[in-house]
Design a protein around this ligand. Structure first.
Ligand code: XMP
Length: 518
């Protein structure tokens, strides 16, 4: 397994995912990890990741010096390379000018890291060239005495360096992003050939490990799970069912704000096909009743969250002998970030979890996805036999249609929105666009707009369509859907749904607009 030290870069988690894609377990820890903690984790090698700061400043983060004294291979990427150079006696030059984008590096010396890797050949020198992605300001100006410069570009003369005997490597570019064509092979060289890690991090193996861990933890006692139909809780349900069968009880709360047919699909998949014990609570009237007259988005979110907790608690109290609460917490929720530690957080994700359950219920937690990234959770889901469409479905917010009906929520609006959303999603699938977008949905606008039907003018509701492409949901671009597709969706919505006279397409990016409309 590999240890990845985070210096605050947005790319750190991506490195961890890439290493895991190779089939090797990796964890992200903050840069100020202690030697004892490293020994306890017992990695085969360490990756020093990137970061937004400058090693030319005294108070910027450094790797613990022991990292270079433990006899382990070390791979510094971007900031990681710079701090490695600086900590081992080299020099880093500060710069306010960023080099950002494609670059072609020339390989200048043999190194295990780039062995047999080449995108092009430099016809003058016969050296190999690699297409890479750069994103840096500072750069290494002088390598430490024992190091060799292994790659260069005209603007970055020390683009890679190594001390082969010690198995220390540094690259200024980003092997973890796909724009670096051979990036995955470079990581494989480090992780497999140089560190000698074994490839045993596979969905089947993860499932087997988790099943035995859950069995150890739970014994013959009972576990409760709030099943939402989302990817994470669905995978937890399938996994726990496999591990402990009838010792698992799921509670599925239908709050009346779900997508079309969603409740039935959840019951069909879990209760009917898999034989999972699922209690379905039809709480539409309760939720809509509590939401009546409330138009403020944050108040709506709170009402939906609190009502969920009430309903869930009430159901849970009816089940006897429950000792554990299962949750679909995933790895990005638990990574301790370097950004938070240096106090210079540049990515802030605050919102959204319902929360509050464990405290009120005094149950011990079962969190079998705690170590997994979303893409790994999905692969596990497929391996566990969940339907592909469920596992690869777009994310859906906890408050559901409650935040997609602007202002006051009414059943009439929710019913119209469900139909419009279903038409949009169906046509995205038909046109092969669903999986090219990261999230797509319809929004209900409670304004009356005019339409002409026959001889008369009719004032009816407006539906907005939203489709975005994003990697991390922190920034997003509106999807450039084909006009024909938008036309078809619009025609179908207006013709098939009574009460809608107009459809619009949202062309705002995030930031400043958010993905949801409320
Ligand atoms: P925004 O609208 O903030 O959305 O750009 C980013 C992502 O978060 C989802 N989202 C929510 N998820 N509860 C949730 O569980 C919420 O209150 C909530 N608000 C937004 C949104 O769907 C998108 O994927």
């Amino acid at each position: 397994k590999i240890l990845i030290l985070d210096f605050g870069s947005q790319y750190t988690q991506l490195i961890a995912r890439r290493v895991r894609e190779i089939g090797v377990y990796s964890e992200v820890r903050a840069f100020d990890i202690t030697e004892a903690e490293i020994r306890e984790y017992a990695p085969n090698g360490i990756i020093l990741a990137g970061g937004p700061e400058s090693v030319t400043e005294l108070d910027s983060p450094r790797a613990p010096q022991c990292v270079f004294e433990m006899g382990l291979p070390v791979f510094g990427i971007c900031y990681g390379m710079q701090t490695m150079a600086e900590q081992l006696g080299g020099q880093v030059a500060g710069s306010n000018v960023r080099e950002f984008g494609y670059a072609q590096i020339r390989l200048d010396a043999e190194t295990a890291l780039f062995k047999n890797i080449s995108d092009h050949i430099d016809h003058e020198t016969g050296n190999s060239l690699l297409d890479v992605w750069m994103s840096h300001g500072d750069k290494v100006a002088e390598v430490p005495a024992e190091f060799t410069v292994t790659a260069s570009t005209p603007s970055c003369p020390i683009a890679a360096m190594s001390w082969e005997e010690k198995r220390f490597f540094g690259v200024q570019f980003h092997p973890e992003v796909t724009h670096t064509l051979q990036g995955q092979r470079i990581l494989e060289h480090f992780v497999l050939d140089i560190c000698g890690s074994e490839r045993n991090w596979t969905p089947a193996q993860i499932i087997e490990d988790q099943i035995s861990r859950v069995r150890d933890q739970v014994g013959d006692r009972h576990v409760l799970l709030g099943l939402s139909g989302g990817v994470d809780s669905s995978v937890v349900a399938a996994l726990l069912h496999k591990a402990i069968g009838d010792q698992l009880t799921c509670v599925f709360v239908d709050n009346g704000l779900l997508r079309k047919a969603e409740g039935d699909q959840v019951m069909e998949t879990f209760a009917k096909h898999m034989g999972v014990r699922v209690i379905r609570v039809d709480a539409e009237d309760l939720f809509l009743g509590k939401l009546e007259g409330e138009a403020d988005p944050e108040a709506k979110r709170k009402i939906i969250g609190n009502t969920f907790i009430d309903v869930f608690d009430t159901e849970a109290a009816k089940i006897e002998g429950v000792d554990f609460l299962a949750q679909g917490t995933i790895y990005p929720d638990v990574i301790e970030s370097a950004a938070a530690k240096t106090g210079k957080a540049h990515v802030i994700k605050s919102h959204h979890n319902v929360g509050g359950l464990p405290e009120t219920m005094k149950l011990k937690l079962v969190e079998p996805l705690r170590e997994l990234f979303k893409d790994e959770v999905r692969k596990l889901g497929v391996e566990l036999g969940l339907p592909y469409d469920m596992v690869y479905r777009h994310p859906f917010p906890g408050p559901g249609l409650g935040v997609r009906i602007l202002g006051e929520v009414k059943k009439e609006y929710a019913d119209i929105l469900r139909e419009a959303d279903a038409i949009f999603i169906e046509e995205l699938h038909n046109a092969g666009w669903y999986h090219k977008t990261s999230q797509a949905f319809a929004v209900f606008l409670p304004v009356k707009s005019v339409g002409v039907v026959g001889d008369g003018r009719r004032y009816e509701w407006v539906i907005a369509l939203r489709a975005v492409e994003t990697i991390d949901f922190m920034t997003a671009r509106w999807a450039h859907l084909p006009y024909e597709l938008l036309e078809k969706v619009s025609n179908r919505i207006i013709n098939e749904i009574t009460g809608v006279s107009r459809v619009t397409y949202d062309v705002s990016s995030k930031p400043p607009a958010t993905i949801e409309w409320e």
